[in-house]
Design a protein around this ligand. Sequence first.
Ligand code: GLU
Length: 481
Amino acid sequence: MVDYRAFDSTPWSHMKVRTRFAPSPTGFLHVGGARTALFCWLFARRHGGTYVLRIEDTDRERSTQASVDAILDSLAWLGLEPDEGPYYQTERFDRYREHIDNLLSAGNAYHCYCSREELDAMREQQRAAGEKPRYDGRCRDRSSPRDGVEPVVRFKNPTDGDVVVNDLIRGEMSFANQELDDLIIARPDGTPTYNFTVVVDDLEMDITHVIRGDDHINNTPRQMNIFEALGGELPAYAHVPMILGADGQRLSKRHGAVGVMQFKDDGYLPEALLNYLVRLGWSHGDQEIFSREQMIELFDLSAVNKAPSAFDFEKLQWLNQHYIKARTPAELTTPLSEQLALLDVSVDQNIDLTPIISAQHERAKTLREMAENSVYFFEDFEVYEEKAASKNLKAAALAPLCSLRQRLEGIEDWTAEPIHDVVVATAEAAELKLGKVAQPLRVAVSGRSFSPPIDITLEIVGKTRTLSRLDQAIDYIKMRE
Ligand code: GLU
């Protein structure tokens, strides 16, 4: 076991680091979220701290159980399970209510009875006067309720001074309180709003480092003001830049896979995606390959890029190929059988997939590709790859294929070595180059022009199937002549 604390030399080494990943369960976990989770996890590991998962499910219309499940499955697949949680915000309404009451009684929040019409008129006036539309605080000093109106609760934001965020990635950012109006923290039905629940949770969960996407930057000064009003010690903030597609636009579905589980279905290994994500915006010299231990040892928020980074599928494939090679064939049998199942190929539980994997181990960029290239090991086919057939299944191949069929039928011990000998002997007897025999044979048994070495391919396909596929190819040539 590595003692992660041993690497600790940072100013917060005296405190117990606590990070949180706080997704809203309104869709799948996309790569941006997964990277945030990874950074939260790494930072906690690096400093011997705790990584908390909090499900921000207060938007009841948009939050779904299916999405919660997708988040938990994705984190489990990536090996980023939380040390603590998941906590669910919908189970914490009492806590939010109590803090709202406290703010009201301390005079740090107030009831606002303004109607929609009033607010619209106010904004209209501000616009007309060339000002930025904002709530002007007119209910701050109201002492009596308005009959028949359920009020919202607004936070009394300080009216002067600046909020300075010392962001661990972006450096110092300053926001004038003048620009921040009094945020609604509870709706008329008493339910708390997003920015408020985040602060209560970060406070009560003793979060020391808020690491999140930079789409939250504008929330940060508001949240810091609420934090101070609640009497909490401010956490440190780190805003991670967004991920773009190759076209410079924010990464979205139209760029291809963005949901973590989609990468699994597309045949990527979790260690490849993690390695890809850690390098997306973070670097350590020009090193590309990082084991989990190395990531933990080397990760540092100050080395995270301020600029957005673009998602590069080719690089992810390159890493995936690296990690496919790094696993033994035995360690790839489960993901390969999952891929075959996705292709609706039924594979007998007892079949040993390792020879199929060994045969393709060096070449496959994804397990999907490996599975697609393995279908003929399990299923017969009637259609050949067009080019492969027109080049190889023609009259000249008829005699060698017939001779091969006869010799192969005689093999008792159906293994690569005697198969190899038969292929060589057939070529020699016909005075043909090995390729002139092996390639038509390959197309006959696999339907395509690429396969693992021919003797290994035949061994895996099996004797009965090999012979019947040879018959099929012989008929095919005869029919076309
Ligand atoms: N729930 C927010 C989101 O999914 C994250 C909030 C936060 O990290 O503070 O975007």
